[in-house]
Design a protein around this ligand. Sequence first.
Ligand SMILES: C[S@@+](CC[C@H](N)C(=O)[O-])C[C@H]1O[C@@H](n2cnc3c(N)ncnc32)[C@H](O)[C@@H]1O
Length: 340
Amino acid sequence: MTALPATVNDRSVWDVWLSAYHMPVVTVADEVGTFKALSGRSLTSEELAAELGLNARALTIHLIVLAGLGFVERREGHWRATAEARRWLHPEAEAYFGGLLEGPRRSNPLHAQLLETLQTGDKATGHGSAAEEWERGEMSDELAERVTALMEAHSRAPARAVAMQPRFADVRSFMDVGGGSGIFSIELARAWPHLQTTVMDIAAVCRQAAKYAAAAGMTDRVATASVNMFTEEWPRQHDAHFFSNIFHDWSDKTCRLLAEKSFGSLPSGGTILLHEMLIDDDLCGPLTTASFSILMLLGTRGRQYTFGELRDFLEGAGFIDVQSEVTGGGYYSLVSARKP
Ligand SMILES: C[S@@+](CC[C@H](N)C(=O)[O-])C[C@H]1O[C@@H](n2cnc3c(N)ncnc32)[C@H](O)[C@@H]1O
C-alpha cells in the first residue's frame, strides 16, 4: 500500500473517471446536429440552442466538453466547428464517422440522459443523485453513508493539498460548509495544531463525519454542526468558511444566496474559501473539469464555474480581495475573499 504524499497529482484518476462522459456528449451532439449547425459559421450558445430547439444553459455545458475534445472552438462568444469536426463529424463529410457512433449511442444509457438534459435544461431522470435530499435537508443514514464515502474518496488527496496552504496560519476557527466526511477539517486540524474545525452539514451526514473524525483520532479538534444551510441560521463563531464542491451543486441564484449567508455570519475580516475545479475563462476546457460539469448537469442544479463567475457571486455578496490559487497537483483551485 502506498501512502499519500502531501502534494500529489491526482489527474490520472480524475481523467479516467470523467472520460465516461466524452463519448455520450459526442453521440448526443451528432444526434441533435451540433457539428453541422456550427460548420461554416459561428453562433452563440443562445443562437445555437434556439436553432436546435435545446436549452442554452445545458448546451453550453456540453459545448465546453466538445471544445476540450477539440471539436468546437469559441471566439468572441461564438462557437464554431473545428476542421477536425468538419472532417469526421459533419454528416455530409466524405469521412463521416456517424456509423461508428451508432453502437455507443444504443448501448450507453448516458446518451438518453444527456439528450434529456439538453432538452429540459434540468437534471436527468434516472440518474442517481442526492440532490433532492440536499434540497430538503434530510437524508437516510444509509444514503448518507454511501454518498459520504464517495466524497471522502475523491477529496482525500485534494484535502491534503488544501491543508498545506500557509494562509491557515492566520485562521482561528474553520467551518467546513457541506463538509461531508470532514476530510478537509481532519487534514487541516492535523496540519495546524492551533486550529479548531467544525463540519457543518445535514444531520445524517454529520453523524458520518463524527465517525470519520473518531477514526482519525480527531474528535477533540473536529466538531460537527447539524444545520440545513438553506433554511437555518449559521453558526457565527468561525472566522473562515470553507466550501469544497458546494457551489458546483447549485444554480447561480443559490450560489449567490450561499455567499450572502456566509457574509452575514462571518465577522469583519473573516474569510470565505471556495474549493472548486474551475472552467477556463474562454470556456474551452479543461476537458476533465468540463466533464465534471456534465456530471453536475446530470445530477444537480449546478455546474463547474469560471473564476470570474465565482468572483461575481462573492463580490455581489459584499466580499472584497477575491483571489484564486491552484492547490496541489490536480485540477482544484482555492478562491478566497475577505469580508471588509
Ligand atoms: C458534493 S458534496 C461535498 C462534500 C465535501 N465538501 C467534499 O468536497 O468532499 C456536498 C455536501 O453538501 C452537503 N449539503 C447538501 N445540501 C445541504 C444542506 N441543505 N445543508 C447542509 N449541507 C448540505 C451534502 O450533505 C454534502 O456533504
